[in-house]
Design a protein around this ligand. Structure first.
Ligand SMILES: [Zn+2]
Ligand SMILES: [Zn+2]
Length: 480
């Protein structure tokens, strides 16, 4: 740290990022960009606020250093997160592969036994096919199968891991560049160089921030606006209870209104444009495709399609138990019964029970899944807990906080950000993807959050939509 600034670093600081043979001499305040003479000729000739870099005013070192350290730490965490996903994929593929090979092995062994018995019984003294030969042949088959399966699976795994590798490399590169600037800045002498270094540092921070926003589930939302929208219809006999909200990619929104036994389609301006009556009270709903949702109705799952602003019922699944919560991820359907979490296929076949807690009522009320399916989140309403499970149902983390009482609705954004609302604490929180820490309080009673029951993030409109208990309004928070 005490070594002086190297000549190499000084040269690199002064070099234009786009034109590697040019030196930075100017700064354009219109574009907030450092420029060389080529940059100026090409992009900034018409700009009004271009100044000599030597006359620039650098950002306060203290402020810059604080921001840099914060960004560096988040980039490091983001890298860990991506590596964790990579590892989780590897583990799940290894497990999958092992199961296939084990299955094959069992089949071959039983086949061999059959051969042995029948051969011994029928030909007794004159064996036409020596068992040793058969065994050898089958062994070879098995070896071939293992080899091809492994090869195929490895290729599949590589294909899925490739984009993650790209992300990890970007993470490392951005971190490396910013770290070097961070170390260099205190050593920079001279007003011009100091100005250039601080601007370069800010540019790197901005790039990293954009990267984090798109790839890091612990990127914290900031709320910068709120609107209230009435979703009651003239035909509604009761006050609304919005138990679920689903945002469609086109910006339209579906809400499940339990007291009125309806699923309502809202326009991009949150006006009810269509609705469908369902058989019973719908406690939850989840997106299956951009134009299809699955609605939990008592002990059934009713699929509903959206086409040209009209809703239509399609197939349904019959369950053996009541359904309080439902979530979907890559063809897997997760269903809460109130005290257990089950995994189903989309065709309604039960895969397994992932988790159960019968020590109280409503211990498993709603669920959500991380984008890659490696983390499952469930809310335990009675016990005021948010639980995080691994893909196989192993409990990984339990989150409790005075700011989260009576947790009900929860949602995971496409980036993996975890949102949960507390019906009794009148709060909407963002929790870390590990399910262990509160990142921020997005909205409280002061923001009009009154007995929140459901929450959903819409990336098309960058907003968080909150449904309330016994209230005709939904709340929409614009976020960044
Ligand atoms: Zn340039
Ligand atoms: Zn400019």
């Amino acid at each position: 740290m005490k070594w002086p600034l190297s000549k190499k670093m000084e040269t690199s600081l002064l070099t234009c990022v786009i034109h590697k043979s040019e030196q930075i001499t100017m700064y354009c305040a219109d574009h907030s960009q450092l420029c060389c003479s080529k940059c100026f000729e090409l992009y900034h000739r018409l700009c009004l606020q271009v100044t000599q870099a030597a006359r620039g005013k650098s950002t306060s070192f203290k402020n810059l250093s604080f921001r840099t350290e914060n960004t560096l730490s988040q980039m490091k965490q983001c890298q860990t997160y991506q590596e964790d996903r990579m590892m989780s994929l590897k583990v799940s593929y290894k497990e999958h592969e092992r199961l296939i090979v084990d299955g094959l092995r069992v089949n071959i062994i039983s086949y061999l036994r059959e051969c042995e018995t029948s051969t011994v019984n029928t030909t007794h003294e004159h064996m036409q096919y020596p068992i040793s030969e058969m065994r050898e042949g089958i062994k070879n088959l098995l070896a071939d199968f293992e080899k091809s399966t492994i090869k195929e699976k490895k290729e599949e795994l590589n294909l899925i891991q490739a984009p993650l590798k790209v992300l990890i490399n970007s993470c490392i590169r951005l971190h490396y560049e910013l770290f070097h600037l961070h170390v260099a800045i205190p050593k920079v002498l001279g007003k011009e160089l100091s100005f250039i270094a601080s601007k370069k540092c800010l540019e790197n921070i901005q790039q990293s921030d954009i990267f984090l926003k798109e790839n890091f589930p612990n990127h914290v939302f900031t709320v910068n606006g709120k609107s209230v929208h009435n979703v009651k219809m003239p035909s509604d006999s009761e006050a609304c209870w919005i138990t679920a909200v689903c945002a469609l990619p086109n910006g339209q929104v579906l809400v499940a209104d339990t007291f009125n036994k309806k699923v309502k389609l809202l326009s991009q301006q949150y006006r009810v444009v269509s609705h469908l009556d369902v058989r019973d009270e719908p406690p939850d709903m989840c997106l299956i495709t951009p134009t299809e949702v699955a609605v939990a109705v008592h002990d059934e799952v009713q699929f509903i399609t959206v086409s040209q602003s009209q809703l239509a019922k399609s197939r349904k699944l019959k369950l053996q138990h009541y359904c309080t919560g439902i979530a979907h991820n890559q063809g897997d359907l997760y269903i809460c019964s109130g005290t257990a979490l089950y995994k189903f296929t989309l065709s309604g076949e039960l895969v397994c029970r992932l988790y159960e807690d019968s020590s109280a009522d409503l211990t498993v009320i709603k669920c959500a899944v991380s984008p890659t399916g490696d983390k499952l989140y469930i809310t335990s309403y009675q016990q005021h807990k948010l639980l995080t499970l691994a893909r196989d149902g192993t409990l990984l983390a339990t989150f409790t906080d005075p700011a989260l009482c009576g947790p009900s609705g929860l949602h995971v954004t496409p980036v993996g950000q975890v949102l949960v609302c507390g019906r009794q604490s009148y709060t909407v929180l963002q929790v870390g993807w590990e399910g262990q820490s509160k990142l921020t309080m997005l909205a409280t009673r002061e923001d009009g959050v009154w007995r929140p029951w459901s929450v959903c993030y819409c990336s098309t409109t960058s907003s968080i939509i909150v449904g309330l208990y016994r209230d005709d309004n939904i709340l929409v928070f614009r976020v960044e």
